[in-house]
Design a protein around this ligand. Sequence first.
Ligand SMILES: [Zn+2]
Length: 221
Amino acid sequence: MSARTAGSGSLRISDRTLAELRALERSTTDVRLGAHLLRGTPTNESRTEPMLVRVSRRAQEHGRALAADPASAAPGPSVVREHDDGLLSPSPAIARVHPRLGRIDLFTDVIVHCEAVIEALGWRGLFPEGCIREAALLHERAHELIVHGRGRELRRATAVPALRLGRHVRWAHIAGADELAAHAFAQARLGLPRSPILAALAADGALRGSVPTIRPSLEEE
Ligand SMILES: [Zn+2]
């Protein structure tokens, strides 16, 4: 679960940044936020917005379906290791999973930062206290499931035609779809009204003092 945050220190968010983040929450759906994440993932830069919106929707649907599957309810095999220096990293994250090493690294200082930003925004109705840590662990659990056997169905659900030659179609897999599925998995398990993608974008925006411009969602999204 990446917050793509930078810097450290006590939380100070300008009124303007708070207003921009609240506007972002009101004007975008989770599908559109997911398309924004896909857009920032290497190899997706030139893909069309409608395609990324479509893949975002399918990836998040897939994450919710995975969360509803009783087979995915068992706790994962990984050991959780806590760290308090996540904000010092050039590319900070809330957590990182190493499925093949059987380890999840959890960055407690980044979690504290996210919780403080949610509090400052008055978003407790969207993200109840303590949910960021739980969401991070569930997110990494989804990555474990995707790496260990559930990845093929996700790739199939989110593939897009890359090349058509007569009746033959070559399919391409969209980088970052697993990330959106993992966020949706955590959201569904916790019953959150908004995706943790929104919390991560807010945490990032608060540290940078700038909020990304994301196209408002269309009504049908
Ligand atoms: Zn992830």
